[in-house]
Design a protein around this ligand. Structure first.
Ligand SMILES: Nc1nc2c(c(=O)[nH]1)N[C@H]1C(S)=C(S)[C@@H](COP(=O)(O)O)O[C@H]1N2
Ligand SMILES: [Mo]
Length: 435
């Protein structure tokens, strides 16, 4: 197995590019140099006919009414089965944004009914007697399948961590750059923390005879990717090193209950710290491969595209994996309060570790004070914090800025990217205090 430092984005990207060039040039029976020449004359990886596998698009970047007017004609039916909790925002048929104000009275965990939803499809029906999980691919020696009963009786662990859409905070790119973006206009509510119970993927792979040469893992859902012209299934790809991490799970329970339909019934993937779409729901098939798997999702969607992120072929931009640092106040947006002493509360999180410091500014960024952190504070989840505030009437812009144990923090400005992914900047929360 390759020994790669998953936290070093540049090394990872370079390794992937090298592998891709080597693999594709030898597949095509041409020199590496010739392959690079061909690649340089094409736009995006899909141009390399037959070389890139079709895969789903990320975060409806191509269905938004902004880029595709016909997409505004929507069916009446929702792709979300659970009821809309109070104050939650339904941006589209398949998106449900958490109401941060409602979290003020809540504990560390988000209850299942209150967890945000990002469904590209209606949850497929589940029949425990016929459902099977297939494990296949060149990276294992014994292709096998598991029934639901087999999965839930295997050794399991529970991990408390966040799942967050890679596009959480997208709307703040629009605000900062005064430029529209495709896709769901999330503020900061496309995140939740739950206790996930499931079978470590390493145990499943061991049963399937994992080879030491395995390099990539593709996880596929039971839902068709409606955006993909080839009608492939929704999937994601992670390197084998991530799949074998102790906390990478095939999840079947959420907060002690069987996984609800909207959250992946009967099983979903959990890859702590990675963007939400890596955590494939309604899993039916896992492919372990000895050769790198390059889907459209990896090459074209999980990338930052923009002037500050030069593309490195075959990727359309800069590949992303881990989520960044963000903070949110547990307040309505915008909030209206009466002038009296408050205990302001919020939460901060990082996809790369745990939060060690949160600073809050009550005057639009002039003076910063430390907030008090509340236990628990699990890595890849979030920490709750609070600060006293006794405001006089007026208009306010509240800001919070967190730092994680690796020193990652929240800048004031963030470079633009065309999909509006990974907004990690300081957000100004508008508050009116009435007399
Ligand atoms: N099969 C499948 N898995 C999926 C999706 C999907 O549409 N289909 N959406 C992904 C996205 S974009 C996100 S952000 C998370 C959302 O998980 P949740 O709805 O449980 O909060 O699921 C991911 N897994
Ligand atoms: Mo998402």
């Amino acid at each position: 197995m390759r020994d790669e430092n998953l936290f070093d984005q540049e090394d990872y990207l370079q390794a992937r590019v090298d592998e891709y060039i080597w693999q594709k040039s030898s597949d095509a029976g041409i020199s590496r140099q010739r392959f690079l020449q061909i690649l340089a004359t094409m736009v995006g990886a899909t141009a390399i006919g037959g070389l890139a596998r079709p895969a789903p698009a990320h975060s409806q970047t191509s269905t938004s009414s902004l880029s595709n007017p016909s997409a505004t004609v929507k069916a009446k039916s929702s792709k979300i089965l659970k009821p809309l909790p109070p104050g939650y925002i339904s941006h589209s048929k398949g998106t449900l944004e958490m109401n941060w104000e409602a979290m003020y009275e809540r504990g560390y965990i988000v209850p299942n009914d209150w967890f945000y939803v990002h469904n590209r499809n209606t949850p497929p029906p589940f029949d425990p007697s016929t459902w099977r999980l297939q494990i296949q691919g060149t990276g294992i020696s014994t292709p096998c399948e598991f029934s639901y009963d087999e999965i839930i009786t295997m050794p399991s662990i529970s991990v408390t961590c966040a799942i967050e859409c890679a596009a959480n905070g997208r709307r703040f790119f629009e605000d900062a750059y005064n430029k529209p973006l495709s896709g769901t206009r999330w503020r900061l509510g496309a995140i939740g923390v739950a206790e996930w119970t499931g079978v470590p993927l390493s145990i499943l792979f061991e049963r399937a005879g994992l080879k030491s040469t395995a390099t990539d893992v593709l996880v596929e859902g039971g839902d068709l990717d409606s955006l993909d012209s080839k009608q492939s299934k929704f999937s994601s790809v992670v390197p084998i090193s991530k799949a074998l991490a102790d906390n990478s799970l095939l999840v079947y329970a959420m907060n002690g209950e069987p996984l609800p339909p909207d959250h992946g019934q009967p099983c979903r993937a959990l890859f702590p710290g990675w963007g939400g779409n890596a955590n494939v729901k309604w899993i039916e098939r896992i492919e372990v491969s000895e050769t790198p798997i390059y889907t459209q999702w990896v090459l074209e969607q999980m990338v930052l595209v923009g002037a500050d992120y030069p593309a490195i072929s075959p990727y359309k931009g800069k590949l992303i994996k881990y989520q960044n640092v963000k903070s949110a106040f547990e307040l309505a947006w915008p909030a209206t309060l009466v002038a009296k002493p408050y205990l302001l509360r919020g939460r901060s999180w990082s996809g790369k570790g745990k939060i060690v410091r949160v600073e809050v500014s009550l005057d639009g960024g002039k003076i910063w004070q430390f907030a008090r952190l509340r236990e628990p504070n699990f890595p890849f989840a979030w920490v709750r914090w609070d600060i006293e505030w006794n405001p006089i009437p007026g208009e306010y812009s509240l800001q919070a800025r967190a730092t994680d144990n690796l020193g990652n923090t929240q800048p004031i400005t963030v470079p633009w990217n065309d999909f509006g992914l990974l907004y990690g900047g300081v957000v100004s929360h508008p508050v009116t205090v009435q007399g």
